[in-house]
Design a protein around this ligand. Structure first.
Ligand SMILES: *[C@@H]1O[C@H](CO)[C@@H](O)[C@H](O)[C@H]1NC(C)=O
Ligand SMILES: *[C@@H]1O[C@H](CO)[C@@H](O)[C@H](O)[C@H]1NC(C)=O
Ligand SMILES: *[C@@H]1O[C@H](CO)[C@@H](O)[C@H](O)[C@H]1NC(C)=O
Ligand SMILES: *[C@@H]1O[C@H](CO)[C@@H](O)[C@H](O)[C@H]1NC(C)=O
Length: 393
């Protein structure tokens, strides 16, 4: 308990490195930009001969082995920050306004205050009495600890996040609570890494499997995560856990037109750069997301989207009684044969939000894991390399 903080950090870093090195999911990358191939090899700098494709990793029929190629651009930060975990998040970020009263009830068991003035200063027109929940649906790509030759297998994840929480109690430092995630079932490192924060992780299958979203024939984008336990009868499944998004891409001009329902990119930047925690007393994840690189310019410029989000059994949107009759939320009764055998008394809940506004944008990131949340008090975001080299990325 009385360890010096620097020592704690070194220990945390060593543990992280050990986990990464010991895991069989880590792959060594000879060249940048080709991390998503089908070869899963583990080497280190002393032994660079590739291990043949392991036979035992052949998954059961119809599951989630990462055998596909993604369109995501390669990680541009790894060479600049070889000693840090870096990667690319290609994401749909959407804001779901919920009543502050509901937000307080969802957040309150943990006892954190909601810093309404912080989000009002960024989005003054945000509807009165409402609170912005972030839905983040993303493909994590080309995650590296370059100096150690470590590359993590790509994975997808989706979950609800509660920004602008006053975890430290100083009245202005915003933290983001991300209590639950669906994560690609095939990526044990990502799952364990998230669980180490106290996150409720549902190993999941994703549609599409290795992209941030796919295009439907109607021009909309689609993304779905569905828990795999649901399909494993021996687990006596609590029922499906899923999040599904269908988004219409809006013309870019409406993004900055002051439309009452679209949010400035800075709002997403601010939220996604707030320190993340998952459980009371747990540690904090410092993710530095860059919104101003070549990955979000030109043909990759952020695209505003509007659409529909459906969630079944996703914490904390699970308890009956949390639903106010005057909310702009629909209870989505079990539909389709998949839901029929779910235990209806087990909290099987469908929530659906329509007219949800957000943005699709890919951002490179630096991630500093397992930090002391208290040490993040007063964090204003990391800007040291803004303007310095972002233009080159
Ligand atoms: C993000 O993902 C979409 C969908 O796969 C793809 O079209 C786009 O090129 C990706 N963006 C970047 C910057 O990688
Ligand atoms: C890179 O990692 C080191 C060691 O954990 C940390 O002190 C430093 O702040 C990180 N760099 C950035 C830009 O976050
Ligand atoms: C079902 O879950 C159990 C317990 O986690 C596991 O041992 C078993 O391998 C799983 N079966 C399948 C088919 O995934
Ligand atoms: C987010 O915005 C608030 C309010 O303007 C500001 O105090 C805070 O430093 C910003 N945080 C980040 C991480 O950008």
């Amino acid at each position: 308990m009385s360890l010096e903080k620097p020592l704690l950090h070194i220990v945390a870093l060593l543990i992280l490195i050990l986990i990464l090195i010991l895991s069989t999911g880590a792959a060594f990358l000879g060249q940048a930009g080709t991390s998503s191939g089908s070869t899963t090899t583990t080497t280190n700098q002393q032994q660079q001969q590739p291990i043949p494709q392991p036979q035992h990793q052949i998954p059961e029929k119809g599951t989630f082995q990462n055998i596909c190629k993604t369109h995501d651009l390669p990680n541009p930060l790894a060479s600049f920050f070889p000693n840090n975990a870096t990667g690319v998040l290609n994401a749909t970020l959407a804001i779901i306004p919920i009543p502050l009263s509901l937000a307080r009830r969802l957040v309150n068991p943990s006892g954190y205050s909601i810093l309404e003035s912080a989000y009002r200063s960024l989005v003054p027109d945000f509807p009165e009495g409402m609170y912005p929940v972030l839905l983040q649906a993303a493909h994590d790509h080309d995650i590296q600890l370059r100096a150690y030759g470590i590359v993590l297998e790509d994975f997808s994840r989706v979950g609800f996040e509660f920004p602008f929480l006053g975890l430290s109690g100083d009245g202005y430092s915003s933290y983001r609570w991300a209590p639950a995630q669906l994560i690609s079932a095939g990526n044990a490192i990502a799952i364990d890494g998230s669980r180490a924060y106290g996150t409720r992780v549902s190993p999941a299958r994703f549609e599409p499997e290795c992209e941030a979203y796919q295009m439907l024939s109607n021009g909309n984008t689609y993304f779905k995560g569905l828990s795999v336990e649901y399909h494993n009868a021996s687990l006596q499944s609590k029922g499906e856990t899923s999040i599904e998004l269908e988004m219409t891409r809006l013309i870019s001009s409406s993004f900055s037109s002051g439309s009452p329902y679209s949010y400035p990119l800075d709002f997403f930047k601010n939220i996604t750069n707030q320190p993340i925690f998952a459980s009371p007393g747990g540690s904090c994840d410092n993710m530095i997301r860059f919104f101003d690189t070549s990955m979000s310019r030109g043909k990759f410029a952020p695209v505003p989207v509007k659409g529909r989000v459906k969630a079944v059994n996703v914490f904390p949107f699970v308890n009956e009684g949390e639903l106010d009759s005057n909310l702009d939320l629909d209870v989505d009764p079990s539909e389709g044969p998949d839901l029929d055998d779910a235990n209806s008394r087990g909290g099987q809940r469908g929530w659906e939000w329509t007219d949800v506004y957000g943005v699709q944008v890919a951002t490179p990131f630096i991630e500093n894991n397992y930090l002391d949340c208290e040490m993040m008090r007063g964090y204003q975001g990391w800007t040291a390399i803004d303007g310095m080299m972002m233009d080159d990325l």
